[in-house]
Design a protein around this ligand. Sequence first.
Ligand SMILES: Nc1ncnc2c1ncn2[C@@H]1O[C@H](COP(=O)(O)OP(=O)(O)O)[C@@H](O)[C@H]1O
Ligand SMILES: [Mg+2]
Length: 376
Amino acid sequence: MTEPINPFPIHGYFGPELFCDREDEKDALIEAIRNGRNVTLFAPRRIGKSALIQHTFHFLKPRWSCIYIDVQEASSFKDFSNLFLTGLLNGVKNRKPLFKKVQEWLLSFRPVLSTNPHTGSFEVEVDFKSNSQQQASIKSAFSLLDELGPAVIAMDEFQHIHSWDDGIAVEAWLRAEIQHLKNVRFIFSGSQFHLLSEMFQSAKRPFFASTQSIRISKINPDIYRAFISRMFKENNKTIETSDIDSILEWSDGNTYNIQLLCNRVFSKTKKKADSSMINESIVEIYTENRLSYFALRNSMSKYQWQVLSAIAIEGKMYAPTAKDFLKKYDLGAGPSVLRALEYLLSRELVYQYFLDNGDKYYQVYDIILMRWLQKK
Ligand SMILES: Nc1ncnc2c1ncn2[C@@H]1O[C@H](COP(=O)(O)OP(=O)(O)O)[C@@H](O)[C@H]1O
Ligand SMILES: [Mg+2]
């Protein structure tokens, strides 16, 4: 990708200079991969899984072929197979001898090859005629990589495989193919903890006990503070610690929201950032999202919206059926709240977080929506 003008990109990965921390997580990933262990990477959305995968690839690339597939982009095994071939070709494109071999191998499938004008990446499209043809091509790609190795394949948002009709069967098939590869390692990442953990930790499921799990959480605020300050300084601008703190506070430590707000504040700053720029940026963000929040409100019952708002105002909600909570927000009976909560969880509007001591709490998933509901 090309260099961004703003040091706080909100999409993609732009190299280690613009990447904050994740040293331990990156080292853990590299250590697992170098030692032949496949990894599952868990975290809620927008904490930084995909960026961490790219960051890790950056350090592995000199020796490893690094292949990235966003499983969310695939709505079927056929899509997945094409994404895989696309990821494969892009993953080896900077390694000339390998690239040639992969390209030759690929030609036998009569693909339509194109280049994305925005990213410069290749796109591969094969008109597969059957599942078995798809399986055969992926299997053959795995063997090719195993021969040419070492390679690492990241399947991002892997739990999405379950949205396909034949997802479970594909999962089992993949497991069988993966286990005897010697030079190919896998990273399975996902945001839907319950789905992914069931796939990887349930004894009945094909991936049981086959991977090391790594969880990532919010970036340490002290490290983020120093990083933000440095990004401003390196661009001949300044920002006071108290202003950085209010950015981190509003963002609730969520990586995407921190980047989003810093990106705005940075672009408004000539020499020195101040709190009015932060406030203006927040208002802009609300304005841009307002319509979709109104649509969201119309997509559910009044009561469900009321429960969502109550959780937002609480910030962290520990006990959905506690008397105080029900009374404070006029929510009626406990079982009704539980039903609404289940609905909000299933729509990923609310997320269930676990503390180290096993306690759990609920929070509105989208921090911008949470802040917007809080101020109303
Ligand atoms: N360590 C980091 N430093 C700076 N920006 C980051 C970092 N991690 C993630 N980001 C940014 O935050 C946004 C969300 O990260 P992403 O990797 O897409 O999250 P996830 O895959 O967990 O949903 C991305 O736009 C990315 O640019
Ligand atoms: Mg992601």
